[in-house]
Each structure stands twice: as C-alpha cells, then as structure tokens.
Write a protein that binds this ligand. Structure first.
Ligand code: TYM
Length: 333
C-alpha cells in the first residue's frame, strides 16, 4: 500500500538559457531554499524547454549550461541530500507525458498564453515546441503529483493551465492528477529591469545594464546599480515610491533580509546615490558566498554529474510510477 504523504511535494525548474540573474534568484531559488526543510522537493533543470528557442542555444554548450544551473541550485543552498536535483532530459517520462497531454489540450487554451505571444514576437520563425511549451511544463509538474510550485509571478498563467489540463485529462480518462498551487514571494515575485522598471528583468534583454547576473563581479554589480533608472526626484520618499526606487528596495530587502518596512525606513530621506550604494553592498555580500560555492562545485564536474545521475534515477522512479497509471488510463502499454 502507498505510504500516506507527510510532506507536500514541491516542483520547480529553471531553463539553462543565458546567464541566471537576480530575478531568478529572488523570485524562485531563494524561495526554494527558504521552504526546503518543510517539503519534499524536486528541482529540475529544464533543458528540453531550452530547445524551444533553437536560435538562442548552442547545442555543444547546452549540457554545460545545464551543469552550471544545477551547480547554482546547490550553491544557492539546495541540498542534494534533501532535494532531488536533476536534468529534465535525463528523465524520459517528461517528454512522454507531454505528448499525451498535448493530445488532450485544446489549441484555444494555448492561443491565450501571453508568454508565447511575447516570445514569438521576438523571432522570425517560431517552432511548434514554443507553442506547446506550457504543456511540457504541465507534464513536469503533474508527473510528480506536485502540490506546490514556487516560481516568479510571470509563471502564474502556466500553473493555471496546468490545473485546467489536469482537470480535462481526468474528465476524459478518469485519472486524477494532484492539482498544483502556485507559491510566490510576498516581495520580489517580479523583479524589474534596472534600465526599465516597467519591464520584468529577463535573460534576453539587449541592454547589458538591464540585469545583474548571479555570477557578476562586484565592480560590475556596482556599476550596473549606479546606472539603474530611478525618477526625476533625488531622494527616497517612503510615502511616494517610484517604480525604479521600489525595485531597488525589493532587491535590497531580498539580500539584506528583514521586512519591507525596515528596508523602506532604512533609506527614507536618503539620496538616490546612497540608496544605490547600499543596494550594491547588500547584493555583493549576498552573492559572494554563492559565487564561491559555485566555483568549487564547477571545479569537480564528475561529482556534479554523478549527483545528477543519482537524482535522475530517483526522479525517474517516481515519474514511472505515475506513467504506469497514465498509460493504463489512455490505453497504451
Ligand atoms: P525561467 O527559466 O524563465 O525562470 C526561472 C524562474 O525565475 C523566475 N523569474 C523571476 N522571478 C522574479 N522576477 C523576475 N524578473 C523573474 N524572471 C524569472 C521565474 O518565474 C521562474 O520561477 N517556464 C519556466 C521553467 C519551467 C518550470 C517548470 C517552472 C519549466 N517547467 C515546472 C516550474 C515548474 C521558466 O521559463 O522559467
């Protein structure tokens, strides 16, 4: 008989495309670490998702980027003895379930996906995989009967469609997938670009001052923050924070800890120069141990690969248990 679950299952992932930035760290990874002890965690490097923009990846470098992301998970505080960390492509059941779910997902649902519309606009030719991207994400989540998905705010629509797909599958085939809930940070679920506080910080922006990379050197971080866009005022006014200042305070709070109110109080009345220096100091201090640990982990690639293989085997065992039932439900063996 199956053991009753004592902990909630958490699943999340990051694409190994481009350099990870502090938006990924604040919105997603820091939340995974914060909640790690309370849950049964599965963290995936979603390398099959990275294939949806083939122009942006260099095939020879993809596996290396995946190892970088896995090492960053550990460097940020995910403990491979407590959480499963694996590469999506190493557990074949993800692609298999994605296909089965594609067959039950109405195209009209995909047409509503805002991320697809944004990403598709940026390219000349768009692969079908980019269109069905949310269904592979649904497969990732449903395969492990996930309860909670800790992500940034931009993923909300993808989690909602995952619930809809699970419901439709159950209606058609009678198999019940656990309905996942989104988990987001109270502050920092949407970190904005330094050059444009109206736009989400993203990996693909052209302006090199747009995002702070998790692996950026201290001098680079300071320079980028010094040039961050604020507004026409000169000092922080707690009663009337502009979008740029609000974003800087969000970054400060994420790295310095403490509450949002404390962060605002700390800088209220101070000039924007002092604010930017303060944010830079907190960011540099917060990233330093992560960068150090990352270097150590990347210096021993065989150990990293071995950890990923072990974790993939553990993930595959759980994924296969679901797939046995799913295959039975749809009538294939
Ligand atoms: P990706 O690789 O774009 O981003 C990884 C995580 O970082 C969060 N994030 C942000 N959070 C706050 N502010 C920002 N500016 C910011 N930019 C990115 C994202 O919300 C995400 O949590 N579709 C997913 C990958 C994925 C996935 C999954 C996630 C595939 N399968 C299953 C959860 C569960 C993505 O593109 O993430």
């Amino acid at each position: 008989m199956a053991q009753p679950k004592t902990k909630k299952t958490v699943f999340s992932g990051v694409q190994p495309t481009g350099d990870l930035h502090i938006g990924n760290l604040i919105g997603a990874l820091s939340l995974w670490v914060r909640e790690q002890e309370r849950h049964d965690n599965i963290f995936c490097v979603v390398d099959l998702h990275a294939l949806t923009i083939p122009e942006a990846i260099e095939a020879k470098a993809l596996h290396r980027s995946s190892l970088d992301v896995a090492a960053l998970y550990v460097a940020c505080g995910i403990d491979p003895d407590k959480s499963i960390i694996f590469l999506q492509s190493q557990v074949r059941q993800h692609a298999e379930l994605a296909w089965i779910l594609e067959c039950v997902t109405p195209m009209g649902w995909m047409n509503r996906m805002t991320q697809f519309k944004t990403k598709a606009q940026m390219q000349e030719t768009v692969g079908t995989g980019l269109y069905t991207y949310p269904i592979l994400q649904a497969a990732d989540i449903l395969l492990y009967h996930t309860d909670l998905v800790p992500v940034g705010e931009d993923q909300r629509q993808h989690i909602e469609i995952t619930q809809d797909i699970a419901q439709r599958f159950e209606g058609l085939f009678g198999y019940h997938f656990t309905r996942p809930e989104i988990m987001v940070r109270e502050v920092g679920a949407r970190v904005m670009g330094l050059d444009d506080p109206e736009a989400k910080m993203s990996k693909s922006a052209a302006n090199p001052r747009h995002a702070i990379g998790i692996l950026d050197a201290p001098g680079v971080i300071l320079k980028k923050l010094k040039s961050a866009k604020t507004d026409s005022r000169t000092a922080v006014d707690a009663a009337d924070l502009g979008a740029g200042v609000r974003n800087l305070l969000t970054i400060y709070q994420a790295f310095a800890g403490g509450t949002w109110e404390e962060a605002v109080r700390r800088f209220d009345g101070q000039g924007y120069g002092a604010l930017k220096t303060g944010v830079a100091e907190a960011t540099i201090a917060g990233l330093e141990p992560i960068q150090r640990r990352f270097k150590e982990l990347r210096a021993d690639e065989p150990a990293l690969e071995a950890m990923l293989r072990r974790s993939a085997a553990a993930a595959a065992e759980r994924a296969e248990a679901t797939m046995v039932e799913v295959r039975k439900a749809v009538g294939v063996r």
